[in-house]
Each structure stands twice: as structure tokens, then as C-alpha cells.
Design a protein around this ligand. Structure first.
Ligand SMILES: CC(C)(COP(=O)(O)OP(=O)(O)OC[C@H]1O[C@@H](n2cnc3c(N)ncnc32)[C@H](O)[C@@H]1OP(=O)(O)O)[C@@H](O)C(=O)NCCC(=O)NCCS
Length: 137
């Protein structure tokens, strides 16, 4: 059974391992240590299988990142993470690679819409879509 809990020191090495497997330009461990309070982990028994980072920026909530271990994708862990952080009081936004159809699908499913493009946002020059979720729209 999946449990979603705040990330602790002891979870960081597993989170960094998932980050490395999931992203072309993974964030270093130091960033997760510094931002520890912003992250939640998905745990299956004792194994960390995914994580999500969120931060409040002015009056909006920014989803920094979300990732699920490649071995357990397509089993609803991403949906559990999204359901845990979303609410119908606040506005949420995030950036996603223009080519990341899987992530765009899950975000659209939860009511996010593309509102703008950040040109060459990623180090390899790919654009990011900015997606926003406004409650009850
Ligand atoms: C995006 C990600 C977190 C989804 O996690 P997941 O646990 O596999 O997702 P779920 O099983 O909960 O599926 C949720 C929804 O995502 C979409 N989805 C999942 N896998 C998909 C695939 N292979 N193709 C298209 N859409 C897909 C679907 O909308 C799905 O809902 P449905 O099963 O009801 O159709 C995971 O694919 C991942 O870690 N990707 C690499 C990192 C990444 O791109 N993160 C997002 C950065 S912005």
C-alpha cells in the first residue's frame, strides 16, 4: 500500500536515485537537502517509489517536480501524489517539457491548462509549457 509522507533525511538518497533515473539534468543531492521541507515521498512498504516537490510562491502553489520510479510507473503512484497536494482553494502552476506527453496527460487530467511557453527553458534548449490549475474552472 502506498503512503505519502513528508521527505526525511533518510529518504533523500532514494529520491536522488529516482531523480537521476528520470531526468536528463538531475538536481544534485544538495538541492534536495536544502529544500527537504518542500518534498513529499510515496512509500510502498519501506521502499521510496516517487516524490513530489511543492512550494508557495506569492499567492500560488508551484509544483517543482514529480517523479515515479520507472519500475512502478502506470500503477497510480503519480495520481496519488497529485491528489495529495492539490486542493480547490489555491491556484497551482508548474513547468513541463513541451515533449513530455505523459506528464502533460496527468496534469491535464487534474485540471491544469497550458497558459504560456518559456522558450529554451531547459539546458538543452527545449521549451517549457507553463501549466496552471485554477479551482472550479
Ligand atoms: C509523469 C509520472 C510522474 C507519472 O507517474 P505514474 O505513477 O506512472 O502515473 P500514474 O500511473 O498515476 O498515471 C497517471 C496518469 O498519467 C498519464 N500517464 C501515465 N503513464 C502514461 C503514458 N505512458 N503515456 C501517456 N500518459 C500516461 C495518464 O493520464 C494516467 O492516467 P490514467 O492511467 O488514468 O490514464 C512518471 O511517468 C514519471 O516519473 N516520469 C518521469 C519524470 C517526469 O517526467 N516528471 C514530470 C516532470 S514535469
Amino acid at each position: 500500500m502506498i503512503a505519502i509522507t513528508p521527505m526525511k533525511d533518510r529518504d533523500i538518497s532514494a529520491v536522488v536515485e529516482i531523480e537521476r533515473r528520470c531526468f536528463k539534468f538531475p538536481k544534485p543531492e544538495a538541492v534536495f537537502r536544502e529544500d527537504e521541507h518542500k518534498y513529499l515521498v510515496a512509500r510502498d512498504e519501506n521502499k521510496i517509489v516517487g516524490y513530489i516537490g511543492v512550494e508557495k510562491i506569492l499567492d500560488e502553489v508551484h509544483i517543482i517536480n514529480m517523479a515515479v520510479h520507472p519500475d512502478v510507473r502506470g500503477q497510480g503512484v503519480g495520481k496519488r501524489l497529485m491528489q495529495h497536494v492539490l486542493n480547490d482553494e489555491e491556484v497551482f502552476f508548474l513547468e513541463v517539457r513541451a515533449s513530455n506527453e505523459t506528464a502533460k496527460n496527468i496534469y491535464q487530467r487534474y485540471g491544469f491548462q497550458v497558459i504560456s511557453t518559456r522558450k529554451a527553458y531547459y539546458p538543452d534548449g527545449e521549451d517549457a509549457y507553463v501549466m496552471r490549475r485554477i479551482p472550479f474552472q
